[in-house]
Design a protein around this ligand. Structure first.
Ligand code: GDP
Ligand code: IMO
Ligand code: MG
Length: 426
């Protein structure tokens, strides 16, 4: 049995898509377990770039089954578009299935996300405006519509009516916005049901059976540790659990079926949207990281905020996720910097913290306590063996390993599938 989980350890965009694609070539299943099309996972195959939002990053191998699991929120319009885009590029898509338990993102969720964000003004979260939060909110208040309901339009249309009536009152009375049209939504979703119906399945028994019969199943996380609804920088978080804990509820498997928990960690830090970012660099160095690392959102195109590696966050991710391995990505972006800094603690009101405090007010006041390490000049993008790496690069990796308390089994030195250095077997 082999159940591998791949999760983000920072604020997202660590390069999870690339790493899942690399590891998925031998997977029998790749299963997304949370989030929705707020994700933007980049996979580069032979120089061609694919950005996947809802589709699992294992799609491009065209071998194992890819499943959008029960814990995901699905915008069917976006999903159909993504499938069509892949098909236009000649990729196979008949190995994609969707859990009947996944919740449907409806047009009123997208509209509400937008209205809420706009109404919050300077206090906004900076969401992707894809309807993620409102959809998960409906799920929790038990009024959501699920993918399985697309297979029974009689149930679907009744539930849509009740939901839309409530949302339309909110749009008109609270936000002074226009109502949405019931018939139009119903027609659209009937069309989506026709296009997606044959892909809808009960994924839970099949995934469990696969694990029990020794198949290799990869669980793909979207977002990351610090965007987790419970442990992230609340309220500046997403509305799901992108941690390994989320796999059990989001994919319907037990914790003892997880053999490896792999955390993807960018060699520096980025964040999109609002909220505290302790090691942020709002200077030329931050600009440099953004330009060299091409740090622009894969989903919204927004420039990502950039800063030094934060090992307080790194250690937190190791603990919360029970990481067995870390993959360090984008270490090539650090080449050419004379000195590198790693945050090892925070100072808040004169007190030293080695863990991430829950209070957003404390985090806003936190300043990083840095350790400095010498950098390296060499371009490492063509290196494929650990021994080839510059000594200072090896020291950087070793020091991070030591602080976070988890082995770094692989480093990624460029966006392409081939640009990897395996240090230990994963
Ligand atoms: P994800 O959301 O975690 O899958 O990450 P994104 O795809 O949003 O952002 C990562 C970006 O970095 C993408 O443009 C990738 O092609 C790119 N990338 C991934 N790994 C590396 C790497 O090791 N080096 C460099 N230079 N780019 C990388
Ligand atoms: P991947 O999977 C980076 C951020 C948004 C916002 C907050 C809440 O590509 O790493 P939401 O739309 O989820 O309600 O927005 O979370 N966010 C991400 N940031 N990478 C992502 O996904 C993200 N998904 C959501 O920018 O700050
Ligand atoms: Mg991304």
């Amino acid at each position: 049995m082999a159940g591998y989980v791949v999760v983000g350890t920072q604020w997202g965009d660590e390069g999870k898509g690339k790493i899942i694609d690399v590891l998925a070539h031998k997977a029998d299943y790749v299963v997304r377990f949370q989030g929705g099309n707020n994700a933007g996972h980049t996979v580069v195959v032979n120089g061609e770039k694919f950005i996947l939002h809802l589709l699992p990053s294992g799609m491009l191998h065209g071998k194992g089954k890819c499943i959008i699991g029960p814990g995901v929120v699905v915008d069917p319009k976006v999903l159909i578009k993504e499938l069509e885009t892949l098909e236009e590029k000649g990729a196979k898509t008949d190995h994609l299935f969707i859990s009947d338990r996944a919740h449907l993102i409806m047009p009123y969720h997208v509209k509400l996300d937008e209205l809420k964000e706009n109404a919050m003004g300077k206090n906004k979260i900076g969401t992707t405006k894809r309807g993620i939060g409102p959809c998960y909110a409906d799920k929790m208040t038990r009024s959501g519509l699920r993918v399985g309901e697309l297979l029974d339009m009689n149930i679907f249309k009744e539930r849509l009516k009740v939901n839309l009536e409530e949302k339309n009152v909110l749009f008109e009375k609270v936000y002074g916005a226009e109502k949405l049209d019931y018939e139009k939504i119903l027609e659209d979703y009937k069309g989506y049901a026709e296009k997606l119906g044959h892909r809808i399945m009960d994924s839970v028994p099949e995934v469990n059976e696969a694990l029990d019969s020794g198949k290799f199943v990869m669980f793909e996380g979207a977002q990351a540790m610090m965007l987790d609804i419970n442990y992230g920088t609340y309220p500046y978080v997403t509305s799901s659990s992108p941690t390994t804990g989320g796999v059990t509820t989001g994919a319907g498997i037990a914790p003892n079926k997880i053999d490896k928990a792999i955390g993807v960690m960018k060699a520096y830090t980025t964040r999109v949207g609002e909220g505290p970012f302790i090691t942020e660099l709002v200077d030329e160095l931050g600009e440099r990281l953004r330009e060299v690392g091409w740090e622009y959102g894969s989903t919204t195109g927004r420039p990502r905020r950039c800063g030094w590696l934060d090992c307080v966050v790194g250690k937190f991710a190791v603990d919360i996720n029970g990481l067995t391995d870390v993959v360090m990505t984008k270490i090539d972006v650090l080449s050419g910097l004379k000195t590198l800094k790693i945050a090892v603690a925070y100072e808040i009101d004169g007190k030293i913290y080695k863990t991430v405090p829950a209070s957003i007010e404390k985090l806003k006041k936190a300043t990083p306590v840095y350790e400095e390490l010498p950098g390296w000049e060499e371009d490492i993008t063509n290196m494929r063996e650990y021994d080839e790496l510059p000594e200072n690069c090896k020291k950087y990796i070793a020091r991070v390993e030591e602080i976070i308390g988890c082995q770094i089994s692989m480093v990624s030195v460029g966006p392409d599938r081939e640009q990897n250095i395996f240090i230990k077997e994963i």
